[in-house]
Design a protein around this ligand. Structure first.
Ligand SMILES: Nc1ncnc2c1ncn2[C@@H]1O[C@H](COP(=O)(O)OP(=O)(O)OP(=O)(O)O)[C@@H](O)[C@H]1O
Ligand SMILES: [Mg+2]
Length: 246
């Protein structure tokens, strides 16, 4: 769906990303994990065409991304960040806004919004303002807003890491179903191995701007990988033998 070649991103003379090859596979969910500052968010923004790399090529369904076609590709994607970034208007309007910008009006617009409010179990909140929402509710609105656009690719950057455990699990379960049933391609950034199996078995590990693993979570847990960063990342999880598999 989206692939990169010889990607490099330099900021203030520091190389933040250096990725030779990566493919986000169509219809799949790809988890990205790595320590703080590894470059996960930057990588997500580059893939979502929100940030331009210093070097390298990006291909969207086989076509090289250029300044000219970038906007048309951007319209086929949606992004969900850790902070919901909602506007000070009703939940309904927050979900409707992106659709209005894409030309949807009237009955079609309200049907689409209602459909996604229902799917995320926030129909009752349609007239609520974001300041009166809990963190979990706000993130549901944020997900509804992204899915309502019916994007081909959805990017999620640690969407649930600020939520309490029970809320996180219920959102992960719902998101897992949405991703499995919608056929959308997804890229999901997390720093918690336990979140991955709810959504996918495919994981890449990013460390100091480089991809140090690209494969199955199962393989990562089987002690075959002898990388120190990976061992370090996995150690607290392995201690309690917590991670279930996708
Ligand atoms: N605008 C910028 N200017 C300079 N350095 C930056 C800029 N944005 C990010 N960085 C640096 O790039 C590196 C990667 O940042 P990034 O936010 O992508 O990491 P991350 O893996 O998402 O971390 P976290 O787990 O904390 O969210 C960090 O060292 C960060 O300080
Ligand atoms: Mg980040």
């Amino acid at each position: 769906m989206i692939s990169v070649e010889n990607l490099e991103l330099v900021k203030e003379k520091r190389t933040i990303l250096q990725i030779e090859k990566f493919k986000l596979k169509q219809g799949k969910t790809q988890a990205i994990i790595g320590p703080n500052g590894a470059g996960k968010s930057t990588f997500l923004k580059v893939m979502a065409l929100l940030e331009q790399p210093t070097k390298g090529k990006i291909f969207f369904t086989g076509t090289e991304v250029t300044k000219k076609n970038m906007l048309s590709f951007r319209r086929r994607m949606a992004v969900v960040f850790q902070e919901p970034l909602l506007l000070n208007t009703t939940v309904f309007n927050n979900v409707a806004l992106g659709l209005k910008l894409r030309g949807l009006r009237g009955e079609k617009l309200s049907q689409r919004v209602e459909q996604w409010l229902e799917r995320l179990n926030i129909g009752d909140l349609r007239n609520r303002k974001p300041v009166y929402l809990s963190g979990g509710e706000a993130q549901r609105v944020s997900l509804a807003r992204a899915f309502a656009l019916e994007p081909e690719v959805i990017f999620l950057d640690e969407p649930f890491s600020a939520l309490d455990f029970a809320t996180r699990i219920s959102l992960l379960e719902d998101l897992g179903h949405l991703l499995a049933n919608s056929g959308v391609t997804a890229m999901f950034v997390t720093h918690d191995f336990n979140e991955i199996p709810y959504l996918t078995g495919d994981v890449v590990v990013l460390d100091r701007g480089k991809l140090i693993f690209d494969g199955l979570l199962k393989e990562l847990l089987e002690d075959k990988v002898q990388n120190d960063t990976i061992k370090h990342l996995l150690s607290p999880f392995k201690k309690f033998n917590q991670i279930r598999l996708f």
